[in-house]
Ligand binder design. Sequence first.
Ligand code: TYM
Length: 332
Amino acid sequence: MSTKRVLSGIQPTSDSFHLGNYLGAVKQWVELQDGHDAFYCIVDLHALTVETDPALMRKRTLVSAAQLLALGISPEKSTLFVQSHVPEHNQLAWVMECITGFGEASRMTQFKDRSAKGGTDSTKVGVFTYPMLMAADILLYQADLVPVGEDQRQHIELTRDLAERFNSRYGATFNIPSGFILKQGAKIYDLQNPTAKMSKSSDSVSGLIEILDSPEINAKKIKSAVTDAGREIKFDEKEKPGVSNLLTIHSALSGQKISDLENHFSGKGYGDLKGEVADVVVEYLKPIREKTLELLSDEAHLLAMLSKGAAKAHEVSSTTLAKTYSNLGLVR
Ligand code: TYM
């Protein structure tokens, strides 16, 4: 049996990844790099859909690379690269746009949410075509598995539809990928509003645990997390979303089963739960923060690693693009 190919991406749109990014996606990236042929991409072109100061854009791309390494991505085991270093992403995105229906793209929730908030007139065309660029990211590498959080499910479905459509019109070209989405942890919730996903674009940062924030700030945020009515500590996402979110975070980082945690906290109060989750998170993130800062001090090393990654990515992406163009009848 041949080794399965994995691809995933993350946007450099923030000064730090948050716990949702890690538990929903990057933790699986680290696990999947053993035994799979893994490609991980910092999707800087996708990040252009949010207007950012150029100096900040550059800084965030490097911080993203350093964080991914500190979180456990190994450049020996996987191919880590920056999307804009590999021009085939844009080239295949155009092909994807040419086989996507306008209505189909209009139904993507990310576009619907952003245009509902800001109005269609000011919503960028890039937000509309975003999912087709993402489909290109995935299909260029003939990925089998795409480890992502729950919020990306719709984009993966679209990618599968586009791949099937292309293959049936122009002949077998793309592998049909599957999402790799956890049952538990695929959606980490905001600590202050535990029915909304933890997100860098939420109105307030008080419910967001940033990997690179100081231990004091993160501990304080967890200790002030919103909990639920009642006193019992049990996992019940409907009735107790706040407590369930804290149990999910604890379990994902400590490796203890949720049922064991429920037993452990039996007879204890919400304060005990929050205190212990704060300790678990702070201890877990401490070495990651230190390692990230250390890696950032050697920018040349990071750039050389990314350049090697781009060369490896290009070998695969150029082969897929050549096959795509040829199947489309573009004269070579
Ligand atoms: P992005 O950059 O918003 O998020 C990166 C990853 O983190 C996951 N995630 C979460 N998981 C659980 N709980 C949360 N609260 C939470 N918030 C974010 C996301 O699901 C994602 O897996 N469109 C993608 C980036 C992308 C991509 C790709 C992904 C571009 N091309 C190709 C896979 C394959 C995005 O905006 O992720």
